[in-house]
Design a protein around this ligand. Structure first.
Ligand code: SAH
Ligand code: SF4
Length: 378
């Protein structure tokens, strides 16, 4: 099969060009055609020698992902479902705001972490996406939107990327890092490290490696103030418990482009949303890791058996954190009418594990919190 040029960062593309007997600088021209101009037809690449264009046509391609569906929300959010073969699909979501355009990108078909409140987690894991499949989401969205939004030449549609679609990006590290490099490259999408965010459920060894290899902004999905509860919600916590995770966050800050870690906290009715738990969170975080809290209203889906916290409880929880001096935001849900909100990115991933059964049958054990008396709830 022809090589997919979306699989390479600039160094990789240079190595590919050298294999074809071409000078490395040709790779820069090619890279700019692909990522900055959205070209996939080598004949369009007018400043490349005809002989090189012919060689490329014989050996390589810029392989897009077929778009299965596109849904546009009344609030401007657009969700695409991409076919990644063998009955699997992944989603990307464009979220326009006044001062930015954010693309939420998927890293895997399904996810092996199996968080209780996540519909991707309920589907089980199918496979890792390649670098080319991760970048094809950005490549398509950027160039499609430039035309659709009638942007002036040189204007960008996507100013920020968040790896918050389907999958755990740090469990697909080898494909993730070259994709991040293309996002950051001045000859690629030219995004600053602050504008590219990797969101992780806490894969500590790869947080350590990301700090060395490509320290972009980091969001960590915390969701609970104590290990027993986090063990239930984010099973990976049994391997990398909270203390280890926070130590790793602290080390990450030495290289991070921002001076804080964003902790995501999905608000689940009667599970992790009491004021006592907010106080436990304050005790856990204050003075330990420089951070911001992002409270995410839970987006329910039937198989979860969970409910979203009432608004007033979210506000009360946020107030405890803010009164303690922790910067806290409540995430606006976007694209509600098209199921584009966090954790609703279902795709059509085939379930190849028994994770669905495992997740829906077990009750969540709520361990007593300081001053709290609830032991078990569902
Ligand atoms: N695997 C990574 C990134 C993808 S999930 C991670 O877990 O961080 C992106 C964010 O959406 C995470 O914070 C996740 O906890 C949150 N999320 C998942 N399911 C959700 C749901 N049903 N409602 C609200 N947020 C959800
Ligand atoms: Fe995977 Fe993230 Fe969903 Fe957890 S929340 S199952 S890590 S995608």
């Amino acid at each position: 099969m022809a090589a997919n040029l979306l699989d390479h960062d600039l160094d990789g593309l240079a190595a590919f060009c050298e294999q074809l007997g071409e000078k490395r600088f040709r790779a820069t021209q090619l890279f700019r055609w692909i990522h900055q101009k959205g070209a996939s037809d080598f004949d369009q690449m007018s400043d490349l020698a005809k002989s090189l264009r012919e060689k490329l046509a014989r050996t390589a391609e810029v392989r897009p992902l077929p778009v299965l569906t596109e849904q546009a929300s009344t609030d401007g959010t657009i969700k695409w479902l991409f076919d990644v073969g063998a009955g699997n699909a992944v989603e990307a979501v464009f979220i326009p705001e006044d001062d930015r355009g954010t693309l939420c990108v998927s890293s895997q078909a399904g996810c092996a972490v199996g968080c209780r409140f996540c519909s991707t987690g309920h589907q089980g894991f199918s496979r890792n996406l390649s670098t080319g499949e991760i970048l094809a989401q950005l490549w398509y969205a950027e160039h499609h939107l430039r035309t659709r939004l009638k942007l002036a030449p040189g204007e960008r549609a996507i100013t920020n990327v968040v790896m918050m679609g389907m999958g755990e990006p740090l469990q697909n590290y080898a494909a993730l890092v070259p994709a991040l490099r293309v996002m950051l490259d001045d000859h690629g999408y030219g995004l600053s490290r602050r504008r590219v965010t990797v969101s992780t459920s806490g894969v500590v060894p790869f947080m350590e490696r990301l700090r060395e290899d490509c320290p972009v902004a980091l969001a960590v999905s915390l969701h609970a103030p104590t290990d027993p509860l986090r063990d239930e919600l984010v099973p990976l916590n049994r391997k990398y418990p909270i203390a280890e995770l926070l130590d790793s966050c602290k080390r990450y800050l030495e290289a991070a482009p921002r001076d804080f870690i964003t902790f995501e906290y999905c608000m689940l009715d009667g599970v992790n949303d009491s004021e006592d738990q907010a106080r436990e969170l304050v005790a856990l975080l204050r003075g330990r890791v420089s951070c911001k809290l992002n409270l995410i209203p839970f987006n329910p889906f039937p198989a979860s058996g969970l409910k979203c916290s009432p608004r007033a409880r979210v506000q009360a929880f946020a107030k405890v954190l803010m009164d303690a001096g922790i910067v806290t935001t409540v995430r606006k849900t976007r694209g509600d009418d098209i199921d584009a909100a966090c954790g609703q990115l279902a795709g059509e991933v085939q379930d190849r594990t028994n994770v669905q059964q495992r997740l829906t049958r077990q009750p969540i054990r709520i361990h007593a919190t300081t001053g709290g008396s609830r032991q078990e709830t569902r």
